[in-house]
Design a binder for this molecule. Sequence first.
Ligand SMILES: CC(C)(COP(=O)(O)OP(=O)(O)OC[C@H]1O[C@@H](n2cnc3c(N)ncnc32)[C@H](O)[C@@H]1OP(=O)(O)O)[C@@H](O)C(=O)NCCC(=O)NCCS
Length: 214
Amino acid sequence: MSNEKCQNNSCPYRCQYGFCGIDVEGCSLELLTEREGIIHPSAYVRSDTVIEKDVEIAELACVGSRGMTLRWDTNKHIHWRRKGQDYPVILKEGAYIGARTVIMRGTKWSTVIDENTFIGPNVSIGHDNKIGKHCCILSGTVTCGSVVIGDYSYIAPSCTIRDNITLGKGVTIGIGSLVLKDVPDGATVVGRPAQDIMLFRKERQKIKELIRLE
Ligand SMILES: CC(C)(COP(=O)(O)OP(=O)(O)OC[C@H]1O[C@@H](n2cnc3c(N)ncnc32)[C@H](O)[C@@H]1OP(=O)(O)O)[C@@H](O)C(=O)NCCC(=O)NCCS
């Protein structure tokens, strides 16, 4: 990755990475994609972020914002404070970060988005997350702090994953699910709270039978 500022005097943005991909004269989108990926100039990327080859960061994404802890005092007032130390976000080769997505930096270790993982728009990735390679995390999903997601997992839109949860490899999380427990390798879970789809189907069946009996 180049650390030089944009050298293109005709570019209105002059981004700090020098390969923002803005299609202005002298700054060919195609060429830059081939070379090092694209960071949209409207994205905020904290300066310590590690960005490997062919990473794309879309409009208004925020990479490296800080995580925090919440504490309730005896009067039940909430206090928030900055958590732990700062560890940079690591975006591995071919990762894609969607528009308006926020990736929080680490407080215990780096937040990592592994190779060729696609993160859609409006996603929030919590501090200290480890997202495996070739995963797909779609629009509106929220992962809390210290979540681990195994390689080749698919998280459908609008899911919520509780803090410290581990999803195995090749997991599917159904659309709109709320994950409160660890999920084993290869499992599909759905619902709020999420449960294995086989169990979920059986329960739906039972409910339908009960309704018929009434
Ligand atoms: C996980 C998933 C694949 C399961 O789909 P499926 O195998 O077709 O599930 P089934 O049709 O066997 O569903 C069984 C029951 O669970 C329900 N169900 C399925 N997914 C559900 C979900 N995510 N939340 C709540 N209920 C769900 C179904 O309505 C059905 O109930 P019914 O028998 O009363 O109609 C699906 O929920 C899903 O999330 N698909 C991905 C969609 C997606 O990502 N779209 C965006 C693409 S950009």
